[in-house]
Design a protein around this ligand. Structure first.
Ligand SMILES: [Zn+2]
Length: 340
């Protein structure tokens, strides 16, 4: 029996030296030390031993058991460390793998065009002015030479909040607001980007749209300054070969007034569907500041003159990018916006 036990101890040691995983170890533990394990089986036979032999064999059995348990514990530590190292290796970061793409935002076409307009005029020494979108009747109409009974008010179907408060129909009220603050200092050279509101809604009109207003007031400003400035602007905006045409027009707050056309950006002036075969596209309104507007703003119209112009940012964007429906600019469809 003693020999059997010794042999068992050797066998257990061999098995342990070949164990490669924690599962193997567990198998060995069950095989030798478990309730139905080999050591237990041998000890069951102890009943047939004599009283003298029993404690001696018992001692050997305990020694073998202790030896196996010690070896098991040792091997267990080694294997656990191996598993840990393996795991750490697997968790290493492979810096050569491509990253997860993060969708990036872009600028709206209207923002792009507005920034371009602003940059052109900032380069000409203009500064950017701002004013309220909810405006008084006085600044939106009256100060701009549009008294309450003026028929030209009908050209700007308006959203009234009350009889004296209106959603501004143009950025022009900021002309008067700025001149009031600046007068009698000279010069005034501002552009005014901002939202305006009119009661229109179709493929080329929106109840809310963006305007950029321009105003230059100083001594000896003439109509040729206006032509030179807008000519430069259109060439910067639409390309060096762009031609400009001034047509007589009417605005209550400028005199004389002119609509400004550019040679068609699609056909270069030969005539096409976009320009209704005229070769020209209307892009903005302009004129010399009406003496009455200068006077109500605190300037002496005998001494100073000025020019003003206003353009729709949506219209400029549509012409520049060949967009045929203004509503695309407000629908925020990513398939459209991602093209810019
Ligand atoms: Zn054309």
């Amino acid at each position: 029996m003693r020999a059997k036990l010794k042999e068992l101890g050797e066998e257990a040691r061999r098995a342990l030296s070949q164990a490669e995983s924690l599962e193997d170890l567990n198998g060995i533990r069950v095989r030798f030390l478990g309730k139905k394990g080999e050591l237990t089986q041998i000890l069951r036979g102890m009943g047939s031993l004599s009283a003298e032999e029993r404690p001696l064999i018992g001692q050997v059995a305990n020694e073998v058991r202790a030896a196996i348990e010690e070896e098991l514990a040792l091997k267990n530590t080694v294997l656990k460390e191996q598993v840990k190292q393996q795991k750490l290796k697997g968790e290493g970061i492979d810096v050569t793998l491509p990253g997860t793409p993060v969708p990036r935002g872009g600028k709206h076409p209207l923002t792009l065009v507005l920034e371009e307009i602003q940059n052109i005029f900032l380069g000409l020494g203009y500064s950017i002015a701002d004013g309220p979108e909810v405006e008084t009747d006085y600044y939106n109409f009256e100060a701009l030479n549009l008294p309450k009974d003026h028929p030209a008010r009908d050209m700007q179907d308006s959203f009234f909040i009350s009889s004296e408060i209106v959603l501004r129909t143009q950025t022009s009220p900021v002309q008067v607001r700025t001149m009031e603050k600046t007068a009698p200092e000279l010069p005034v050279k501002i552009i005014v980007p901002g939202k305006v509101y009119r009661r229109d809604d179709d493929a080329t009109h929106s109840p809310m749209f963006n305007q950029v207003e321009g105003l230059a007031v100083d001594r000896r400003i003439t109509f040729s300054d206006l032509k030179g400035t807008l000519g430069l602007f259109t060439r910067e905006m639409f390309g060096p070969n762009t031609r400009t045409r001034f047509r007589p027009s009417y605005f209550p707050f400028t005199e004389p007034s002119a609509e400004v056309d550019i040679s068609c950006v699609m056909c270069g002036g030969k005539g096409c569907r976009v320009c209704s075969h005229t070769g020209w596209l209307e892009i903005l309104g302009s004129g010399m500041v009406h003496p009455r507007v200068l006077e109500v703003s605190g300037y002496n119209s005998e001494e100073v003159t000025g020019f003003a112009f206003g353009m729709g940012v949506e219209r400029i964007a549509m012409l520049k990018y060949g967009i045929d429906d203004m509503r695309l600019l407000f629908e925020n469809d990513l398939r459209f916006l991602q093209q810019f």
